[in-house]
Design a protein around this ligand. Structure first.
Ligand code: SF4
Ligand code: SF4
Length: 363
């Protein structure tokens, strides 16, 4: 078996830890972490949001993982490079700061960079990552189950994008432009380099609709574990009923990382997929128009700013990789000819003021 799916009704650390122990045993991963190992926990900390909004990894999941790893005698660290805001504010708001204090977890810095030359990579032959990616004996990946306007879903592989330091994330978006397959291949390069010892997805309460930050919480009751992130993502996407294969799973399949013999899941939730299926993000199905520039411009959904919700904070302006946004006459204006439809503005807007909609009338 490659993955273990369990049901967990609520965020109770004891029950989550028990589920994790069962999964590690079922997948023969109990020896992946040894006594004395320096272990980095990598949750989803995209921005400073409260746990009940289902945007960040829930603190009780982190507590449960720490309980298990403390039993192994590991030394624990936790960090991320948030898309917006400081790590400290994210830790505080997400509830992780309290858990870290109680469980003896040290904050890990993601500000130092290292550059790795890897000629065998699919796209990123030269890859600049936070040194945290190579500084620890083991990395444990703790993604949140969410839909994603650009990539369909954000699960284990996408969660590792946090190893791209700060503003370099925007450069990646700019390099990939409209090309989601290219962006997916870049993600797989990061995964290959980071190579988490295991990946444990928090899907007890997921985010559906306009993920990864403007969707609605949805109780799914899922905990999903695997040492193989692309396989885990593919299996979870099927379990939640993604309407089409995501660019990441498509590319993983194209390069032979999803062989049939690996796509088997065990555990109490294995045979009971989510019903009804998850509500996808509106922008997620754009891969249906590959390479057709005109049709992309007509049909591909575009970011739209709500004037009533917008606080003119200009976070979107500062982070737009294509520099397509500007504050003009007290209003955010988007140059759609420059816009690469990465939806970083929707992802990072702290007030949920950006939605994704059809752009037919604007071109
Ligand atoms: S759209 Fe959002 S991020 Fe941009 S200025 Fe308005 S509130 Fe800030
Ligand atoms: S306007 Fe929004 S979707 Fe367009 S390039 Fe900028 S951040 Fe990306």
């Amino acid at each position: 078996m490659s993955a273990y799916f369990d049901f967990c009704r609520e965020y109770k650390a004891g029950a989550i830890a028990d589920s994790l122990r069962r999964g590690l045993s079922a997948l023969n991963l109990e020896r992946a972490v040894k006594s004395g190992d320096r272990v980095l926990l990598k949750p989803n900390l995209i921005m400073a949001k409260a746990p009940e909004l289902a945007i960040t990894t829930h603190p009780e999941v982190v507590r449960a993982v720490a309980m298990v790893l403390n039993d192994y005698g590991a030394r624990l660290y936790l960090g991320d490079s948030p898309g917006f805001g400081s790590l400290d504010s994210c830790l505080e708001k997400s509830g992780l700061k309290t858990v870290m204090g109680e469980m003896g977890i040290t904050k890990a810095s993601f500000s130092d960079e290292c550059t790795i030359h890897e000629p065998e990579n699919l796209v990123a032959k030269k890859l600049t990552l936070a040194t945290a990616a190579i500084d620890y004996d083991k990395i444990i990946n703790l993604p949140k189950l969410k839909t994603h306007s650009m990539m369909g879903s954000t699960l284990a592989v996408k969660n590792l994008f946090g190893f791209i330091p700060g503003l370099r994330k925007a450069k990646w978006h700019l390099r990939a432009g409209h090309d989601r397959q290219l962006f997916a291949r870049m993600m797989l390069d990061i995964y290959k380099q980071v190579a988490p010892a295991w990946n444990f997805i928090d899907g007890i309460v997921a985010l559906e609709g306009e993920g990864p930050t403007s969707g609605q919480p949805r109780h799914c009751g899922l905990l999903a574990l695997s040492a193989d992130a692309p396989v885990l993502d593919s299996l979870v996407e099927k379990w939640i009923g993604c309407p089409e294969i995501t660019p990441l799973s498509q590319e993983a399949q194209n390069i032979g990382w999803l062989p049939e013999e690996k796509l088997f899941v065990c555990g109490p939730a294995a045979e009971t997929p989510l019903s009804p299926a998850i509500k996808p993000a509106k922008g997620a199905s754009q891969a249906a128009f590959p390479g057709q520039r005109f049709w992309r411009r007509v049909f591909v959904r575009r970011p739209l700013v709500s004037r009533s919700r917008c606080h003119r904070c200009q976070v979107c302006v500062q982070h737009c990789p294509a520099q397509a946004m500007e504050l003009i006459d007290d209003k955010i204006v988007i140059d759609y000819k420059r816009c690469i439809r990465c939806y970083c503005c929707q992802e990072l807007c702290p007030y949920g003021a950006v939605r994704v909609g059809y752009g037919l009338l604007s071109f």
